[in-house]
Design a binder for this molecule. Sequence first.
Ligand SMILES: Cc1cc2nc3c(=O)[nH]c(=O)nc-3n(C[C@H](O)[C@H](O)[C@H](O)COP(=O)(O)OP(=O)(O)OC[C@H]3O[C@@H](n4cnc5c(N)ncnc54)[C@H](O)[C@@H]3O)c2cc1C
Length: 354
Amino acid sequence: MSETLATFAERILHKRGVEIILNDRLKAATAEKAILQSGAEIPCKTLISTVPSALPPVLQSLDCAKERGKLLVDTALELRGYEGRVWALGDCTAIKTVVGGQVPPTAQHAVREATTAAINIAAAVRGGRRVEFGFEGLGTLGSLGSGAAVAEIFGVKTSGLLAWFLWRGIYLMKMPGLNRKVRIAADWLLHLLFPPELAQTKLASEPGIRNQHFEAGDVIFRQGDLGDSVYVIEEGECEVFCERKGEQELLAILGRGACFGEMALLSDRTRSATLCARTAMDVLIIPKADFNKLRQSVPAFGDVFTELATRRAEAGSPHFSTEHCMPASPPGMPTEAWGGKLGSRRSSSTRAPP
Ligand SMILES: Cc1cc2nc3c(=O)[nH]c(=O)nc-3n(C[C@H](O)[C@H](O)[C@H](O)COP(=O)(O)OP(=O)(O)OC[C@H]3O[C@@H](n4cnc5c(N)ncnc54)[C@H](O)[C@@H]3O)c2cc1C
């Protein structure tokens, strides 16, 4: 997009109260904030990410010429080193047009590359004239919502409502079939006259087992909180504090592979300690419902946590006694889990279990 159009778009968004931060990157995100590479922190509960799609991993395993991870092809879309035998096109390729410009990863280019590749494959099989990819793009369109857009078509720049109509019109033309075109046009027209209802019925169930990131100093849960999940540390370290007689006592430092949070779930009591990230941490969170399902379906899984909670209780964590610990396995079930002794699963960086 040209600089003048980008500046126009920026101005419209700025008027709407959107703050645009350029030349920075998202480094990490917690449940409370987004953290940028520059160190700036944006307190937020919702993140909408528009990072570009990554290249498919299958490309990494291909032993051929590449440019920034993309398959290197010539202007006839033949893979470098495999000319006349392999053709590649679309987002996974690095293509230069006949005038030397880098072809951007867009659909308007991809569909035209398909025609070029098809002609060249037919030429290689049946003989005939090969063609080169010379499409330079028709232009750029960007919708800003609320009846505003920016557009540059065949070198002509336009913005505002006109660009918005252009944007809608072009996408409508691209819809396959008259039936679909009429339905979409009628739908858009109705939306103009009667804006859609914004009420949303939440039908999707709560996410189950998930990952979460914490920054150093973030509290994961506090002593006295209701226990709703069990945590497994994938990366980083956290500290376990317990408040006794008004004093915060450090009980343990847990590292990669350690689990915590099981005591409140097994004893059906509130959290017996406060867990605080000591370094940046990535954890796997297993919500109570999933944890209980796993304990019932895989008794050995439940036994690991029952054993862990018992050990921690013996080591002095308050509010917990083994009599509150609900056995996960039926009587007589072996307590050996996942082919190893339970004790062997303890994290090496655990100083003292909470
Ligand atoms: C959110 C978004 C908006 C976009 N908007 C526009 C736009 O407005 N205008 C525009 O011109 N372009 C737009 N693009 C870009 C456009 O979608 C792509 O450039 C285009 O789809 C590329 O076509 P492709 O055939 O290379 O890849 P794709 O369309 O991504 O097709 C690749 C196919 O390969 C499949 N696949 C992947 N790995 C494997 C595997 N190992 N085995 C088998 N199959 C596999 C995938 O499932 C997929 O179906 C947009 C892209 C995104 C993500």
